[in-house]
Design a protein around this ligand. Structure first.
Ligand code: ADP
Ligand code: MG
Ligand code: ZN
Length: 622
């Protein structure tokens, strides 16, 4: 990664040196003038009255500030200027002066500008000094006065760029991000066509899957500036700091368009507002609000694209995901066996590898490891080899490194045992197979036993077209597919796992809605029962208002049960008759981890699908 640019320092300190020089010159000039001024002697009032007694005063001028200025004619005949302060009030003064025939005049006191300057000089110097210190501290990288600055790290084309070639696998994610790259390369091309470019793209994936790497690669591919900031950088102990950092970050971005602003760990600022129990989330909410405001406040026409990454999309405030904000999500998935091999290849290119090292074997031996863990594994292996003064890294080094990394992984995330992996394969194969033998089901997109979130695997389907309403047949088939995993486990292991929980929940939820909301159960008729609303503080269950009797409730439960039973029976009958294919599919999954539609078809001996479906929205999983 290229080093961040050093902070730019202007010619400020020079100007301050000049400022101080001028002050010092001023002091000298003042001193000079002072000594040149006609010498006015300050005398006490009693001395003045003595001179008066002796008739040695020739003229006086009484000023409004209780000061007398005058001239003394000494016995020698020489004249001398004097000045004195009248201490309190002397009513006898004027009569005495008149008696002695002294010329009396009055006047306003003149204060010389020089005097004013001299009086204020210490203050000027003091403030000048403090100001100077503050500027200096900022310049030298001291952040004491920079709370509101974004502190975004900026990377530019210096050094080696990260590109998509540095990211192994992730074909789907790269495909989606390619559009962002081509937009940043030539914004005019798109804006001329009036095309709407996504403003924000959210990278979603488990820790270590390469989200940060991917964002850097997008910037590198497009050759634009890249501002990196982590969500937790916004959160400080002072209220308002986060918001002003957001403002500053976007200002910076606007100034250097085209560019990418990348907010890592978005969930640190983007959590749902108002969901706390005790309140007091003001600072984070302000920051989030500012982020929303800034995102609304500019156009992707400006050439700024916001990328963000999170591994908890579920806790994000819905406002962040609305159109015009992070309206596009890109899944960054855990690597499967082939991708793990590619990641191994990328990282082991940098180390001297012994010829006998078999990367595909290492890939096979590291199920469930993320990209970051594999990068770590390669590094550990190199360390083991170096410790033994070997010229190259050999297979035993990798084995030892793997054990070490796996032990760390075991504590952090899930390690999958071989038995779990096999059961997961049969479970997912059960889901997958049903897609091919149900009339109304969407075609399968891919099936995988690579863990996603809390699920150990998944089978994703791909609708042929977008649809916003579903037919009864589609929903029924969907419920059957949900049972695929459960039935397959039962069929081959005669027992089921906790991995079926989500499937059963989904199936039950759909069946209940068929009965209560969509009027799809014949015996209940086209009527809705109950209504839902979701207050934040109370669970959903409590909030479902019952607007029907106990008898109706029993009828609803019966209808739901009937739907679920018939779905389960259908799943069982299909999978029983296709037991051989199911086993073949599961075994293939254990070896390859991920299978796409075409691969499944060739395993099942089905003709390839006439293509036409491409990657796109609307993936469903089970
Ligand atoms: P995340 O931000 O998703 O937690 P990172 O982008 O920080 O993950 O990944 C950490 C490191 O793991 C990367 O710097 C890279 O070395 C390695 N890595 C992760 N995924 C990949 C991949 N697909 N290809 C190559 N290296 C990867
Ligand atoms: Mg990261
Ligand atoms: Zn399942």
């Amino acid at each position: 990664m290229p080093p961040p640019r050093p902070p730019v320092q202007g010619g400020k300190p020079n100007r301050f040196a000049l400022f101080f020089f001028l002050i010092i010159v001023g002091v000298f000039i003042a001193y000079f003038f002072r000594s040149e001024a006609p010498s006015v002697q300050e005398i006490s009032y009693s001395a003045f009255t003595n001179y008066l007694e002796r008739n040695e005063i020739s003229a006086v001028k009484i000023l409004d500030t209780n000061v007398i200025e005058g001239t003394i004619r000494e016995s020698s005949g020489s004249l001398r200027q004097f000045k004195t302060l009248i201490p309190y009030q002397d009513p006898s003064l004027l009569p005495t002066l008149r008696e002695r025939g002294i010329n009396v005049s009055g006047g306003a006191s003149k204060v010389s500008p020089l005097r004013i300057f001299l009086e204020f000089l210490p203050w000027i110097i003091g403030f000048g000094f403090i100001w100077f210190m503050m500027r200096n501290m900022q310049g030298s990288g001291n952040k004491a006065f920079q709370f509101g600055k974004s502190r975004a790290k900026r990377y530019q084309d210096e050094g080696k760029k990260t590109t998509f070639a540095d990211v192994a696998g992730q074909v789907d994610a790269k495909y989606e991000l390619q559009e962002v790259v081509s937009f940043l390369k030539d914004p005019q091309k798109f804006t001329k066509m009036g095309a709407r470019i996504p403003k924000g793209v959210l990278l979603v994936g488990m820790p270590g899957t390469g989200k940060t790497l991917m964002a850097k690669a997008v910037a590198g591919e497009a050759g634009v500036a890249y501002f990196h900031m982590s969500g937790s950088d916004f959160v400080e102990m002072f209220v308002g700091v986060g918001a002003s950092r957001v403002r500053d970050l976007f200002d910076q971005g606007r100034k250097s368009a085209p560019c990418i602003i990348f907010i890592d760990e978005l969930d640190a600022v983007g959590r749902t507002r108002g969901a706390g129990y005790g309140g007091g989330h003001d600072e984070r909410e302000q920051t989030l609000n500012q982020l929303l405001v800034e995102m609304d406040g500019f156009d992707s026409k400006d050439g700024v694209i916001i990328l963000a990454a999170t591994n908890r999309p579920d806790v994000l405030d819905p406002a962040l995901l609305r159109p015009g904000r992070f309206d596009r999500q890109v899944m960054v998935a855990m690597p499967d066996i082939k991708e793990r091999e590619a990641i191994l290849k990328i990282h082991s290119d940098k180390i001297p590898l012994s010829k006998e090292v078999d990367l595909s074997r290492i890939a096979r031996a590291t199920p469930g490891m993320s990209g970051a863990e594999i990068a770590n594994l390669v590094n550990e292996a190199a360390l083991f080899a170096a410790r033994q003064d070997k010229p190259t890294v050999e297979m035993p080094d990798f084995e030892e490194a793997r054990d070490k990394v796996l032990m760390g992984v075991a504590r952090k995330t899930l390690v999958i045992s071989e038995k779990e992996r096999r059961m997961t394969a049969f479970h997912e194969a059960g889901h997958a197979l049903l897609h091919y033998f149900l009339k109304n089901a969407d075609p399968l997109h891919k099936v995988t036993i690579v863990p996603h979130g809390r699920a150990l695997g998944m089978a994703m389907s791909l609708p042929l077209e977008d649809s916003y309403s579903r037919t009864k047949g589609w929903i029924e088939d969907r419920i059957v597919i949900c049972y695929g995993g459960w039935v397959a486990e039962k069929l081959f292991y005669d027992e089921t796992t906790t991995g079926t929980k989500q499937d059963l929940q989904q199936a039950t939820e759909m069946a209940r809605r068929m009965v209560c909301e969509w009027g799809m159960a014949d015996e209940m008729g086209p009527v809705t029962y109950g209504q839902e609303d979701e207050p934040i503080f109370i669970g959903k269950e409590i909030a479902r208002h019952k607007e029907y009797s106990e008898d109706t409730a029993r009828l609803i439960d019966g209808a739901v049960k009937k739907i679920l039973d018939s779905a389960k029976n259908l799943a069982e009958s299909i999978l029983h008759t296709r037991k051989v294919e199911l086993e073949k599919l599961a075994e293939a999954l254990i070896i390859q981890e991920t299978l796409i539609d075409d691969e499944v078809r060739s395993i099942l001996g089905l003709p390839p699908r006439d293509s036409g479906s491409s990657l796109g929205a609307g993936l469903a999983e089970a």
